[in-house]
Design a protein. Structure first.
Length: 539
């Protein structure tokens, strides 16, 4: 059988190992491109650097964090060229350690503008063991976080300082009150006690001598009562709650001038409505604080307090003609007794959405406090239309109940005060105590129940103040005559009492002399103000 001749030699197939390697390189490059694309879109900076800090690769976020825009790209640059010199030792230590183990920390980056960025950096080794060791870096900016932390620490430090100052002021106030109680009230009470004991021993002496001893003792007790009232008012003036800011300031300024010798003028340029309690208190305390500072620090012999409505706000200013001060120095050094200086003033006003402005020069200082009226201005229940004037010769008073015996209701929140009034009326045959009330609400209830001829009314009572009680009775039962019996002696107290239809005022310190006499005058149809029982004519 003959063989078929060969037509040619067949081609051998391609080298399988070379084809496989090329495919693997393509796949690796594709994966690398994908990985780079992923890194380029991260919001976290990422880079690969040599052990000497030369940047081999960086994503855009890394370049943005460490370098200004004019230096992009940053590849092949050394990290040291972007890091502030103070951070070089820490950077070099981190690079050296990171060839073996991961490390992390913070770097301060100073940009062209001079601003600094704080970067949180993590280093970790790549391809560990190779001769040319590469290091991976991830970065996150924490500048704002660091600034916020520092601000919080400063705030905490300021708060601690303020808290310590508040405690110090509280201790100063307690020390001052203790000294006042001991040096004035305590000493005078001791003298009064000694005088009473001496009177008890001298009862066998002539009546004139005993009377003189009693008069002296009474005078001491009046002085004690006055000083106690002054101390109480300085801590919190009842007039502020009863009839508002301007009368309370007027009372305080009058007393402050007498106590300190500082000449203080008050200039009220507007009709000031009643504000919320916190607003009136804040403005009152600003004046109190400012006058204290004038007295202690300014060297001025006079000051002016001005109250007015300006641009929809109540503005209270305190001006002096002293040596002035720089606010930051005063804030650090001044230690006013009733507060914590300018910082305390601003804090008070901020609680009521008010503002404080201080202008100071070598010719004097002006403190301006403003509280916006807005919706805060309130119509006080005491701000009522004035009563129509009574005729000069009113009709004769109606005879009192119970065959000529007048019924008297006492409204006072202190048991000892009510007991004192009962004792004063004990021997009066044409007057009797028909009831007692311990607060304003009870006073209205007892007045409705008992229908007294006369109400002896204290002003400072819980639940409802005396003027509010008078206002309610003026509307509901005007037949009840009212005699205000209070520790307040300011002219505005009389003005408010008259506007509410009260028939008289007796100061508690003068009760033994005036209370029974005033009650008799009022029950006969007259008025009794400032010890003058004949203001109104009657038959």
């Amino acid at each position: 059988m003959a063989r078929r001749p060969k037509s040619g030699r067949a081609k051998s197939p391609a080298n399988p190992s070379r084809s496989t390697a090329r495919g693997a390189d393509d796949a690796a490059q594709s994966q690398l491109d994908t990985f780079r694309l992923l890194l380029d879109h991260l919001d976290v900076g990422a880079a690969v650097v040599s052990r000497n800090g030369v940047i081999q690769y960086s994503n855009p976020r890394f370049a943005e964090l460490i370098a200004p825009a004019s230096i992009h790209p940053v590849d092949n640059s050394n990290l040291r060229s972007f890091v502030s010199a103070a951070s070089w030792p820490a950077l070099e230590t981190a690079l050296r350690q990171s060839t073996r183990i991961p490390s992390e920390g913070r770097l301060e980056i100073e940009v062209v503008s001079g601003a600094k960025r704080t970067i949180r950096v993590a280093f970790f080794p790549l391809f560990r063991g190779e001769p040319d060791q590469l290091i991976g870096i991830t970065t996150t900016e924490v500048t704002k976080l660091v600034e916020a932390t520092q601000a919080l620490q400063q705030s905490e430090a300021s708060l601690q300082t303020l808290s310590a100052r508040l405690l110090q002021v509280q201790d100063e106030e307690r020390r001052h009150m203790a000294r006042d109680l001991h040096d004035t009230i305590g000493q005078e009470l001791a003298v009064a006690v000694m005088r009473v004991e001496q009177i008890a021993k001298d009862l066998g002496l002539p009546e004139a001598e005993v009377r003189k001893e009693l008069a002296d003792c009474s005078e001491w007790l009046r002085k004690i009562e006055s000083e106690t009232r002054t101390l109480s008012y300085v801590l919190h003036p009842p007039l502020l709650d009863q009839i508002g800011l301007v009368p309370a300031l007027s009372w305080y300024i009058e007393g402050f001038s007498k106590r300190s010798g500082l000449k203080v003028d008050m200039d009220v340029r507007s009709t000031i409505p009643r504000l919320e309690v916190d607003e009136e208190t804040a403005l009152f305390r600003i004046v109190q604080e400012s006058l204290t500072n004038v007295l202690r620090h300014s060297g001025s012999a006079e000051a002016t307090v001005r109250v007015e409505i300006e641009d929809g706000a109540v503005r209270v200013s305190v001006a002096d003609k002293g040596k002035g001060f720089r606010e930051e120095t005063h804030a650090k050094r001044a230690k006013p007794r009733l507060g914590v200086g300018i910082q305390g003033m601003r804090g008070r006003l901020s609680l009521v959405k008010g503002t404080l402005d201080i202008q100071s020069s070598a010719h004097g200082t002006t403190v301006n406090a403003r509280v916006p009226l807005g919706q805060s201005g309130r119509k006080s229940e005491l701000e009522i239309p004035a009563m129509e004037p009574r005729p000069a010769s009113p009709a004769p008073a109606q005879p009192v109940a119970n065959g000529g015996v007048a019924r008297i209701l006492i409204a006072d929140d202190h048991e000892i005060a009510r007991r004192g009034i009962r004792d004063l009326f004990r021997d009066e045959r044409d007057m009797e105590i028909c009831g007692e009330a311990r607060d304003g609400v009870e006073a209205l209830s007892k007045a409705e129940e008992l229908h007294p001829d006369l109400l002896i009314l204290d002003l400072s009572m819980p639940k409802l103040g005396g003027f509010s009680v008078a206002n309610h009775l003026r509307r509901s039962d005007p037949s009840v005559k009212i005699l205000v019996y209070s520790t307040h002696s300011h002219p505005d107290v009389e003005r408010m009492a008259r506007s509410l239809g009260c028939r008289g005022c007796v100061h508690k310190a003068n009760a033994a002399r005036d209370l029974v006499r005033g009650a008799k005058v009022i029950l006969r149809g007259g008025e009794f103000y400032e010890g003058n029982p004949q203001r109104t004519q009657f038959a």
